[in-house]
Write a protein that binds this ligand. Sequence first.
Ligand SMILES: [Zn+2]
Length: 392
Amino acid sequence: MLKPFVTLGAALIVAVFTLAASIQAKLGGKGLPFSNSTPAMDQEFRDSFRRDFLMHTNIMRNEFTVASLKNDPEIEAFITQMVATDENPENIDLHTVFDALQQEFPGAQYLAANLVSAGTRESLLEQLSAWDELAHPEFHEVSTALVPAGRKLVAMSVLSRRIPQFSVEAANNGGGRFFNRCPHCKSVHALDLDRKNKTLILSCPDCERPYDVLAADSQGNMRRAYDFFTGFEIPSETAVSGSKEAVLALWRQVADRCTYEHDQTNFNESEVWKLSDDTWREKMGDCEDTSILLVDALITAGFNARVAIGWNGNIGQHAWVVVDIEGEQFVIESTIQENPTLEDMVPVHEASPFYRPEQLFDRESLYFQNASPEHVSSDYFGDQLWTQVSKS
Ligand SMILES: [Zn+2]
């Protein structure tokens, strides 16, 4: 039996959006160093300003025993471009800045921005340093853009914390928080990955549809469902290719060879999926292992076959095989041990009261249901009924 899945992705990206009021320094024209001309601003000036600001900020954070901030060069380049190309940088709408930042950096989970202007470097630094958010422990980076505007200096500072995009590789380097973009509705959301879970179905909190299926292999590494196929080929059979008999012959090889491996009692920690080769060599496996092996062998033999994972009325969470033979679809119960016969190949419409598929996969794609359980359980191959998410 397949272990119950853990659905992740319920946590939305909760961005700490904070705005700071633009503080227009009321400075008289006379007596100020930059009163009559645009302040000179070369790269050296910008760099030393940022350095000083970062230093002030981290001294203050250290006093509050909050970890130091680092600079985020990508965000800094982005906001520098924004303020440098704005005709009126003193009045940039910070909501627009947030929207642009979130578009460009979907992993920027926490954001705060501040916009200040002043006639002198010292006044600018003083205003920026008075920003309450600078002591906030959720932020990891600070980025500052500096431009001249008329007789003033304008500084935009952005506090941020970016989380990595989810990938199988990242998941294998440890759990934690990731962001991901839903392939169905394209929304960006955060997910917390707990590596204690061996089988993962990632779901989108916005459209509430699952979009990824991963499992741990016997080495403990996460793989996408389709990466458990190895292109396995069962020794050739004499039955006519493309026929029910050919399918039965391959099924018998798997059923005769592989002992059904019962679930461990240790419920959440033992479930791993096996590669087709390993199930064949070890001569045992549970429902998803023998389903993966048989589907692999069927695909090698030229059949259109998929592993179905979902709900079985008698068993609970389960995995089985579906194969299309000249337009007719059959459910194959890969855990059957006794010599299976043609009668054991059940047309999908007869199996549908008991077999309710939720996700399918073959060597190239995952398929997520796009219609009611009644519809999808009677047609495992309909383009309209299943949303295909292929290997990229
Ligand atoms: Zn979605």
